[in-house]
Design a protein around this ligand. Structure first.
Ligand code: FAD
Length: 483
């Protein structure tokens, strides 16, 4: 008998399981796949024995909950931080290196853009109104901004077409995983405010297989507290209809528990929902979450082909790949090895009719646009991963459909990157959702505890403007309600 059953052994389910185990709760985590990790999973590549991930991932310095989870699991130092620059953009005729200049947020990256080929000072100045809005941005603006597309929003703010084509089309794809015209203005502004509002924000990468950062360690923490982590077992149904009292597994085993945390994506939750709940919120919106598919490519070369750890191509209607990573410069102990390149084809519909061989050839070609040596080198092994969903697309209207962890069904709590965390769907959102779900369960068990960390306020001028905005809005609202 367990106190809580968690469905799904991805980051959300495991973060929830660890937090509950640390509070003395006996948890059973049920994972359908033979390995833990979900969309942040890793496995040994059959040709080389190297650990590969579902696809290459980045974290950043404001991933507070995820970094705290890694701290708890003893793996925080297994992140390779990319501190000398933020990102190299393979623009033509010369690359642009985005790095923080000694200016207060949100201006620290601006000087890098000033030198970008194809952008004039006028284009950069066309970002004035957006920058002002970004400094004022807070979650209270999400409902209104979520009604419009990011493209319409930027045009309404006077952003020039070259700036939209050069920067924003690229930014929308790499940070929200959806084309600018299909992206919610709220989703884009939220990420933009976070990335530009924090001092010296930098990216980092797993120095080992991504799941090696958390899967086994989380499993051990849960089992040390008397829980179980079962892999290769699928949850087929909930027990109970007015109140969830456990789950039924693939071959009919029933696991009773006072609480059940669903930590699976919306598409996987839908078949578990009994007919009687289907018209009720939040279950009536599950079909509205459109997946953003990815294709990730791993290439083992016979030599070093890249002088960068990480670079990205700008948006183009004809190119497939955006972000490229040289794992020989990222993975611990690989420094003397020839390049192992991982790349992401984001929102990959345009690659879906292609064979793996064609995808590999196109990826080598696109890599060689920035790293010419790739065209001369031999590809020793190649691996193409087709991923039906990296995250749900943040299209306009999606934000208000993201459900809270608490559901109208007693005993059932939701987690997963897609639930309402006030963060973009990501590993950080997954961990935070798991912790919010654990908080909900603990509160219902009569032992409330705060686990999720508060987000850090913006720094520099961005922080000043945001604080002044909150003060002014608070004063205006108080004035309106004063008799
Ligand atoms: C290629 C790629 C690149 C990405 N890049 C980044 C990045 O750079 N930075 C970032 O922060 N995020 C990135 N993401 C997103 C990130 O991986 C996800 O947001 C996060 O891993 C989601 O975790 P989760 O626990 O919410 O869901 P999942 O990882 O999907 O976990 C759900 C688990 O539930 C299991 N399951 C489903 N149904 C059942 C059932 N009935 N019974 C039992 N188990 C079930 C699944 O097998 C799965 O393991 C990327 C994702 C991909 C795929």
């Amino acid at each position: 008998m367990f106190d809580v059953v968690v469905i799904g052994g991805g980051l959300a389910g495991l973060a929830c399981g660890v937090a509950l185990a640390d509070s003395g709760v006996r948890v059973a985590v049920i994972e359908r796949d033979g390995r833990l990790g979900g969309r942040a999973g890793s496995w040994a590549h059959s040709g080389t024995g190297d650990m590969v991930d579902v696809g290459p991932h980045v974290v950043h310095t404001e991933y507070r909950d995820m970094l705290a989870l890694l701290e708890r699991l003893g793996t925080r130092d297994l992140i390779t931080w990319h501190m000398d620059k933020v990102l190299t953009i393979a623009s033509k005729p010369r690359p642009v290196v985005l790095r923080h200049w000694p200016l207060p947020p949100p201006f620290s990256l601006f000087p890098s853009l000033l030198g970008a080929p194809g952008l004039t000072i006028r284009d950069c100045l066309s970002m004035r109104a957006t920058t002002w809005k970004t400094m004022q941005f807070g979650e209270e603006q999400v409902p209104a901004l979520d009604r419009m597309s990011a493209l319409d929003f930027l045009r309404a703010q006077g952003v020039s077409q070259p700036m939209i084509d050069w920067w924003w089309k690229f930014a929308a794809m790499v940070v929200t995983n959806v084309p600018l015209e299909h992206c919610s203005a709220a989703a884009l502004m939220r990420i933009h405010a976070q990335l530009s509002g924090h001092r010296r924000l930098h990216f980092g990468f797993a120095a080992v297989g991504l799941a090696e950062l958390f899967a086994q360690q989380a499993s051990q923490a849960i089992e040390a507290a008397g829980g179980r982590v079962l892999t290769g077992r699928e949850v087929r149904a909930f027990i109970g209809s007015d109140r969830v009292e456990g789950v039924v597994l693939d071959e009919g085993t029933r696991l009773q528990a006072a609480h059940c945390v669903s930590a699976v994506p919306p598409q996987e939750l839908a078949p578990l929902v009994p007919d009687a709940w289907k018209s009720r919120q939040p279950f009536d919106a599950l079909a509205a979450f459109e997946p953003s598919p990815y294709v990730s490519c791993y290439l083992w070369f016979d030599r070093q082909v890249l002088n960068e750890r990480f670079f990205a191509h700008l948006w183009s209607p004809t190119r497939l790949n955006y972000d490229f990573y040289d794992l020989s410069r990222i993975r611990r102990g690989w420094a003397d090895r020839p390049s192992v390149i991982a790349s992401n084809i984001i929102y990959s519909h345009r690659a879906h009719g292609m064979s793996d061989e064609d995808i590999v050839q196109a990826t080598v070609r696109e890599l060689a646009e920035f790293a010419p040596e790739a065209a001369n080198a031999q590809v020793l092994h190649a691996d193409v991963h087709h991923i039906p969903m990296a995250i749900p697309c943040p299209t306009p209207g999606t934000e208000r459909k993201r459900p809270h962890t608490r559901t109208p069904i007693p005993g059932l709590v939701l987690a997963g990157d897609w639930v309402q965390t006030h963060l973009p769907c990501s590993m950080e959102s997954a961990v935070r959702s798991g912790w919010l779900a654990a908080e909900q369960v603990l509160a219902e068990r009569g032992s409330p505890r705060q686990i999720a960390l508060p987000q850090r306020p913006y720094d520099g001028l961005a922080g000043l403007v945001r604080r002044a905005t909150c003060w002014y809005r608070g004063r205006t609202a108080a004035g309106k309600t004063d008799p």
